[in-house]
Design a protein around this ligand. Structure first.
Ligand code: THU
Length: 163
């Protein structure tokens, strides 16, 4: 018997980061600052990201490209991998992501599929939502309360667990 299913997600949008908490603003500022140090000579598309950890630390990163194109990595994964590598079991509360290309000033950039998969993994691992803040060059911010909202029906490691 055929059944129909619908998945809907919610997110909040803000015209400017000033509408968010001071802590979120600082995290977004960090992402903006880090985007300036992106190593993106091939795409000239600079992305910065910063993860707020529960212990108060902030870990940041930016996209890192390579002459062998697929060897590069997006800002989100550089940042989340660094956070996990340096603070293994410290909870991630929020990731702020800034894509500042002039050509996309009014467009909101959101993480690619591979980054969503990685973000989702850490959220499932820590059993606590990680908020996502996206900001474009025009200053508009989108807030997702969970990485899972960006990847409904994600494949996760619980499927691999043996009995
Ligand atoms: N990129 C990111 O770092 N994050 C995104 O969310 C989208 C794309 C990077 C990858 C590559 O270095 C450049 O932007 C162009 O795709």
């Amino acid at each position: 018997m055929k059944k129909n299913h619908t998945i809907s997600i919610q997110y909040h949008s803000y015209l400017s980061k000033e509408e968010l908490s001071k802590k979120d603003q600082l995290l977004l500022n960090k992402a903006v600052q880090l985007s300036q140090d992106a190593y993106a000579p091939y795409s000239a598309f600079n992305v910065g990201a910063a993860v707020q950890l529960k212990n108060g630390e902030v870990v940041g990163g930016s996209n890192q490209e390579n002459a062998a194109y697929p060897s590069g990595l997006c800002a989100e994964r550089v940042t989340m991998f660094a956070a996990s590598a340096n603070f293994r079991d410290v909870e991630m509360e929020c990731i702020a992501i800034y894509a500042g290309s002039d050509t996309t000033a009014q467009k909101q950039i959101s993480p690619c599929g591979s980054c969503r998969q990685v973000m989702s993994e850490y959220e499932v691992k820590q059993r606590k939502e990680i908020r996502v803040l996206l900001m474009n060059a025009g200053g508009e911010v989108w807030e997702f309360l969970s990485c899972g909202d960006l990847l409904p029906l994600a494949f996760d490691f619980t499927a691999l667990k043996k009995k």
